[in-house]
Design a protein around this ligand. Structure first.
Ligand SMILES: [Cu+2]
Ligand SMILES: [Zn+2]
Length: 234
């Protein structure tokens, strides 16, 4: 057997589905295991039909039917897994920019009532710092200017989490303690994990200064001191 299939399907016919459920399904909704179940059904009926006409005993037929039911159950399990994996948490690992010492992680976890955002950041100056999603997943420039402007699929003005008008990734300010550490949590309703307005592949930027939550384009929050591309949690 080539390679271990940890956590994968235990049924032979399910293995092919399993490999792409694990690698690509969250990003490719065209590969639907339900379709495979649909393709499998005619095969199952053909199997029973042929068995009957070939004079196969009733017991053998019952065994075949049981086999088919177990397989269908396996396919259903795969489909359930795939749906759960559509909601894979995302993470941005922040690296220092503009000569800072900033590192940290910002995670985006889907929940029943929105996206739970948790940021843990170190190396900031004590006080408030603007935190936003920026439109490009590129933190390569020394000043993180490569991350572009604020991610703005709704063509709105800059704001904060509680303002009527805002960019979807305007998370307001995080506040670093005396040692420069931040633990920050926020629940957001309008973040998308797939489709053209997905936050996947964008970036998270933390700024040098406090965001005033109103001034375009980025709340006068100064230099970009930390930046990380938003990717799926591995
Ligand atoms: Cu920003
Ligand atoms: Zn903004």
């Amino acid at each position: 057997m080539a390679g271990k299939n940890v956590g994968g399907p235990r049924f032979r016919e399910g293995r092919k589905n399993g490999s792409y459920v694990r690698t690509g399904l969250a990003r490719d909704h065209n590969h639907n295991p339900a379709l495979n179940a649909g393709l499998f059904l005619p095969y199952a009926f053909a199997m029973v039909y042929t068995s009957r006409h070939a004079g196969v005993s009733f017991n053998t037929m019952k065994r075949n039917l049981l086999f088919i039911i177990v397989l269908l159950f396996a396919v259903c399990l795969l489909f359930t897994n795939a749906t759960a994996q559509d909601a894979t948490p995302l993470v941005a690992k922040l690296s220092p920019s503009s000569g800072s010492q900033v590192t940290g992680t910002v995670t985006f976890t889907p929940t029943a009532d929105g996206t739970q955002i948790v940021a843990d950041i170190t190396g900031l100056k004590p006080g408030k710092h603007g935190l936003h999603i920026h439109e490009k997943g590129d933190c390569s420039a020394p000043d993180a200017s490569s991350a572009g402007a604020h991610f703005n699929p709704t063509h709105s003005h800059h704001g904060g989490p509680a303002t009527a008008e805002r960019h979807v990734g305007d998370f307001g300010n995080v506040e670093a303690d005396a040692s420069g550490k931040v633990h920050f949590e926020l629940k957001e309703k309008n973040l998308k994990f797939s489709g053209p307005d997905s936050i996947m592949g964008k970036s998270v930027v933390v700024h040098e200064k406090e965001d005033d939550l109103k001034t375009d384009p980025s709340g006068n929050s100064g230099a970009r001191v930390g930046c990380g591309v938003i990717v799926a949690v591995k």
